[in-house]
Design a protein around this ligand. Structure first.
Ligand code: 0O2
Length: 231
């Protein structure tokens, strides 16, 4: 233990010396710039896809006098979260190309809908647009996760038009109802990716699962009520 400290200090000093060299400094600067450019492209892709949902919501409210979308949230995955996922997938060292190729949820959009039918209607409308390519679909509504988590996840590719080029960017779209959002937000806050002791995990799993079931029943009942009213 006592021997480790001078070694660490020496390694740290060596790293500092390396970082202070002008060519290293320049390389880091260039890498940072390329990273920022990539993240900016993801932000543009979010804007494109978010606008598509807002347009659909607007058109739907004109035609049917109601909005299928309650709210839209967007986020760019944090660098630390991207790094952790790359490590988990065994994709180190982390190059920009490997990040772009393998991490499909850097740009994330969450669309919260009023009813389950609206989720599938919006997913169909989005994926049938001729500039959108559907890469993956995980239906955790028809097949909920073991803990009860429900949502429809799509990975789509959407074009962004830059000054001199067009780039296709991957975007993860999560579509869920208010009830699914309520459950997932609380579960995320309480347990998701937390290193909780085994006994706490065990004693809370069933309660959360039961809540997920109640929320699924709530969605089903609300859908039936809407169907009855619309008929
Ligand atoms: P965060 O903190 O929300 O960003 P893959 O992308 O295929 O390699 P992944 O990422 O497990 O595998 O894909 P999946 O199953 O589609 O889940 C992606 C996202 O769904 C998660 O993002 C969460 O936002 C959400 N999610 C999935 N399972 C659960 C769950 O059990 N509870 C809650 N609350 N959310 C869930 P991140 O990046 O894991 O986390």
């Amino acid at each position: 233990m006592g021997q480790n400290i001078p070694t660490q200090e020496a390694e740290f000093n060596q790293l500092l010396t390396e970082l202070s060299k002008s060519e290293t400094f320049e390389t880091i600067g260039n890498m940072l710039e390329a990273w920022q450019e990539l993240m900016s492209r993801y932000r543009c892709a979010i804007m494109e896809v978010e606008t598509k949902f807002r347009v659909l919501n607007e058109q739907f409210s004109l035609l049917h006098e109601r909005n299928p979308i309650e709210n839209i949230k967007t986020r760019i995955k944090s660098p630390e979260s991207i790094r952790k996922k790359m490590v988990k997938k065994g994709l180190m060292p982390m190059t920009l190309e490997a990040v772009e190729e393998n991490i499909k949820d850097i740009a994330g959009i969450r669309v919260v809908c009023s009813f389950i039918d609206d989720i599938y209607m919006l997913a169909d409308c989005l994926t049938s647009q001729d500039d959108i390519t559907l890469l993956e679909c995980k239906d955790y509504i028809k097949n909920p996760k073991d803990n009860g988590y429900r949502s429809l996840h799509l990975i789509v590719e959407a074009p962004i038009f830059l000054q001199n080029e067009k780039r296709n960017m991957k975007v993860e779209v999560q579509l869920r109802t208010n009830a699914m959002e309520f459950w997932a937000t609380l579960e995320h806050r309480l347990r998701y990716k937390k290193d909780l002791p085994e006994d706490v995990l065990h004693s809370t799993s069933d309660g959360l699962y039961q809540c997920a079931k109640i929320s699924a029943q709530l969605d089903e009942h609300m859908q039936q009520i809407r169907n009855a009213i619309e008929q």
